[in-house]
Design a protein around this ligand. Structure first.
Ligand code: C5P
Length: 230
């Protein structure tokens, strides 16, 4: 199984991102670009990063009717990204269409396609009272992961603590909620270290503030890689 550390690039502009990447010398980490940066800088920045040799997880969490997601994925695949994602809540058919869009739009490598089961901001109470879903959070996560598998996707975004369940389905897990030993939790509720995530079977860990907020981000990244990859 390929394993890697992905840096969550939660920056508000390309300038801020490039300033950060400038601290890495020749090292080119795997980067997660999310909605904030993508909606500001657009696909041009993603193409530029790919041309510079970075691997990109484009975290846009698509969720729409199957045909719209299919067409959007075709365009995203043409950017040459390495991982992208959808909300499993869009249903199995939507996920199948997403995969087909990637297959038809990819130039060269097919990006990995993963799903978001339940956002970590969704509680049992929100599930029941606002979304009117009677099943437990854990059961919806399991069912959505099963749908993800049936749709032919590669994996799920989840907590490292859920990685064994995802691995049991033959899916890979991409796991945020990572902190280096001694770092603060910030707004994350359940955190694990890179070493624990490795033991639990995460394929990719997504690390933001433990690296972006470090005094020496390149040193924090190298330490994280050593702990996770060995
Ligand atoms: O700074 P930190 O390491 O907490 O950043 C984690 C990254 O992973 C952020 O970009 C956050 O949006 C993302 N994420 C998360 N929990 C999820 C899904 C994504 O923390 N369930």
């Amino acid at each position: 199984m390929d394993r890697d550390v992905i840096i969550a690039c939660d920056f508000s502009s390309k300038e801020a991102l490039y300033g950060f990447l400038g601290k890495f010398g020749d090292i080119k980490p795997f980067l997660k670009v999310g909605m904030e940066l993508f909606y500001k800088e657009g696909p041009g920045m993603v193409r530029e990063l790919k041309e510079k040799g970075y691997k990109i997880f484009l975290d846009l969490k698509l969720h729409d009717i199957p045909n719209t997601v299919y067409r959007a994925m075709k365009n995203l695949a043409s950017l040459g990204v390495d991982i992208t994602n959808v909300h499993a809540a869009g249903g199995t058919e939507m996920m199948r269409y997403a995969k087909r869009g990637l297959e038809e739009g990819a130039r060269g490598n097919l990006p990995l396609l993963i799903s978001v089961t339940q956002l970590t901001s969704i509680s049992e109470e929100i599930l029941r009272k606002e979304l009117l879903i009677g099943a437990s959070l854990a059961d919806t996560v399991k069912a959505y992961a099963q749908n993800t598998k049936e749709a032919g996707l590669d994996g799920c975004v989840c907590s490292p603590l859920e990685a064994p369940i995802i691995a049991g389905l033959g899916l890979l897990s991409v796991t945020p909620g990572i902190r280096m030993e001694g770092d603060g939790k910030d707004d994350q509720k359940r955190v694990t270290t890179p070493a624990m995530a490795r033991e639990l079977g995460s394929a990719y860990i997504v690390v933001g503030r433990s690296i972006t907020g470090a005094a020496d981000p390149a040193e924090a990244y190298t330490r994280c890689m050593k702990e996770f990859i060995g």
